[in-house]
Design a protein around this ligand. Structure first.
Ligand code: ATP
Ligand code: MG
Length: 230
């Protein structure tokens, strides 16, 4: 029960923060001398999507409590990445992060639980954002890339230009409750790794040159066509 409460607190805080940020932007667009209704509408749509994501996350955690099997379906891996970035869009913009995507156009489908895999990507993007927001290193650059590994797995890589991971703690970052942040719970990576492993995949980190880090998520895939992920 403690673990469930901690997981809910962790996984729901991101969509709630996104809802507040988007609601603030929506009001700001409407408060202009000449209200920008189109931008306000897009912000309101993101509020809806984040609200739906939070609801799905709670439903998914309740299912875990009842040991209900994963809700698997064929998923477009690229669309999953784009959907997770969309959920984070306002926070990325607020922190002036330049987002670059390099999505392998021929990538096929993976089989998995959409909500849980989206949680993983949101957790990785949140960490990347936090590591960039922490330091005064500019530009803040997030790169999201999909491709196919030599062994045929679908791969998603998320690179940031943040503080990077101290080599002395690299082996501990996936441990539950390990955090280097003042307000961190130390849960994002351990939750994410257990979700990925329950899908038969792998999640790991590496240092990025000249600075920052890259997180790699690999999932077994089907109907894949060759692509690159550098
Ligand atoms: N992109 C990153 N750049 C640098 N360090 C990172 C990155 N992602 C994770 N880390 C390191 O791994 C630790 C664990 O990450 P994790 O997401 O599990 O917890 P957290 O972010 O500290 O807290 P929370 O539970 O709120 O997510 C972080 O405290 C940080 O030291
Ligand atoms: Mg985290």
């Amino acid at each position: 029960m403690d673990e469930l409460a901690a997981s809910i607190a962790h996984e729901v805080s991101q969509p709630l923060a996104a809802i507040v940020t988007n609601a603030e932007s929506c009001l700001a667009w409407l408060a202009k001398d000449r209200p920008d209704v189109e931008r306000a509408r897009r912000a309101a749509e993101r509020i809806v999507r984040n609200g739906q994501h939070a609801t799905n996350v709670i439903r998914s955690l309740r299912a875990m409590l009842h040991r209900t099997p994963l809700q698997v379906s064929p998923l477009d891996f690229n669309a999953l990445a784009v959907g997770a970035l969309d959920l984070m869009r306002s926070e990325l913009a607020r922190h002036h992060v330049i987002v670059e995507t390099q999505l392998c156009p021929l990538l096929g489908v993976v089989t998995g639980d959409r909500t849980r895999l989206q949680q993983v990507i949101v957790n990785l993007v949140s960490n990347a954002l936090e590591s960039m927001a922490e330091g005064a290193i500019w530009p803040r650059h997030l790169r999201v890339c999909t491709g196919i590994d030599a062994d045929g797995a679908a791969r998603l890589s998320i690179s940031d230009s943040g503080t990077g991971i101290d080599p002395a703690t690299m082996s501990r970052i996936f441990e539950p409750f390990f955090t280097t942040k003042r307000d961190g719970m130390g849960l994002g990576l351990s939750i994410s790794r257990s979700i990925v492993e329950s899908h038969g995949g792998r999640l790991w980190a590496s240092a990025r040159e000249p600075r920052g880090s890259t997180f790699h998520l690999c999932l077994p895939a089907r109907d894949l066509c060759p692509g690159v992920c550098s």
